[in-house]
Design a protein around this ligand. Structure first.
Ligand code: G6P
Length: 364
């Protein structure tokens, strides 16, 4: 097992560091920033011409990637919802011939997600899976499959596959929007695709310079950990909290920034650090929400580029490289992965195999 980890103490850290490679593989042959073109294997331009609404179904970390994809579609003016696959049978959202259902699943074997996919297939939806595993059940049962090419992920807590799913969904969103509206979601597609192409290098840079380890030890004695974000920062806040609780066993919650004042603020004390993700979407509002927590004594950690106004207000800073607002959250997520990893390491948790959790849950 040690051989597989190479220079790293845990698979999780290795997989966090593999993200530049994973994303390079996900983008390989699929984006051409110079002419603004995206190629998605046999999903030719026009595949989604008749689609008018998109449902994304997933569980766990994949659900956060699905939510990210769905919000991006909404921002591009496409009707879309992200649904927890295990809620799908009771939610039974309406489906017709113009519905596209995307099952987002790293393993392609999660029972809840497969059940929802089968329900969608039976109801006559067009189905597609975004998965890491060629030959998986989801890949076989969905009408189409897009592979994220992240390579094997051993750590139970998903890291590189989240980033790869989100990037893959970003490409898919561009294509779906182009088919439906005639133009891709990004107003300047060439510059968006070049920012995407730069992500592997940006993550490399972030990994080299991250202060996450020092930060994890600074807040080691805390009682609870909160993660807030707005817009595309919201799924990142949810994912930051999920990762944190999965591997540290400490209490962590993710909230939409604006929700803090509608309840969670009652939990805020000097022992509850608040990680605030800034993606460039109404950042002043998120900063105000973070300050409301700070006024109650909570230390605020701003996850944002250098020079951002939040850096002056916050008690600590995790820096992300400057990028497109649609992609900033994915860089912030890498910083949060590192914080969780180092916090769990200080607590000497079995990071790669957290208690009670399985890499792939094949029961309902
Ligand atoms: C399990 C894993 C999670 C994962 C979820 C969905 O609960 O512990 O890390 O996000 O399943 O897995 P999938 O393979 O469908 O993405």
């Amino acid at each position: 097992e040690q051989a597989g980890k190479g220079q790293f103490e845990h698979f999780m850290l290795k997989e966090i560091y593999e993200q530049p490679t994973a994303l390079t593989q996900a983008l390989e042959g699929r984006v051409d920033p110079e002419n603004g073109r995206i190629a998605l294997e046999d999903l030719e331009l026009g595949t989604f011409n008749d689609i008018d609404n998109v449902q994304l179904i997933a569980c766990g970390t994949s659900y956060h990637a699905a939510l990210y994809g769905s919000l991006t579609l909404n921002q591009a003016g496409i009707k879309s919802t992200a649904l927890l696959a295990n809620e799908y049978s009771v939610a039974s959202p309406p489906i017709d011939d113009n519905t596209l259902v995307i099952a987002v699943t790293q393993s392609g074997e999660t029972a809840d997600t497969l059940n929802a996919l089968r329900q969608a297939n039976e109801a006559g939806a067009n189905t597609l899976t975004v998965t890491n595993v060629v030959g998986s059940t989801a890949a076989r049962e969905a009408d189409d499959a897009l592979f994220i090419r992240a390579g094997p992920e051993i750590g139970v807590a998903a890291t590189k596959t989240f980033s790869s799913q989100a990037v893959m969904l970003s490409l898919l969103v561009q294509r779906i929007t182009e088919d439906i509206h005639g133009t891709p979601a990004a107003t300047e597609i060439e510059s968006y695709l070049s920012e995407l192409a730069e992500m592997p290098d940006q993550i490399e840079e972030l990994l080299e310079r991250s202060d996450a380890e020092a930060l994890a030890s600074r807040y080691e004695q805390s009682q609870s950990y909160f993660f807030i974000g707005r817009g595309l920062g919201f799924p990142v806040a949810l994912e930051g909290a999920l990762k944190f609780k999965e591997i540290t066993y400490e209490h962590a919650e993710g909230f939409a920034s604006g929700e803090l004042k509608h309840g969670p603020l009652a939990l805020v004390t000097p022992d509850t650090p608040v990680f605030a993700v800034f993606t460039g979407e109404e950042d002043e509002k998120t900063l105000k929400n973070a300050e409301e927590a700070q006024t109650r004594g909570a230390p605020v950690v701003a996850v944002c580029p250098e020079g951002h106004r939040a850096v002056d207000v916050a008690d600590a800073h995790l820096e992300i490289p400057d990028t497109d607002a649609d992609l900033a959250g994915l860089l912030a997520n890498v910083q949060l992965q590192l914080v969780s990893y180092y916090a769990a390491d200080l607590l000497e948790r079995p990071i790669d195999k957290p208690r009670n959790l399985a890499k792939s849950v094949t029961v309902e």
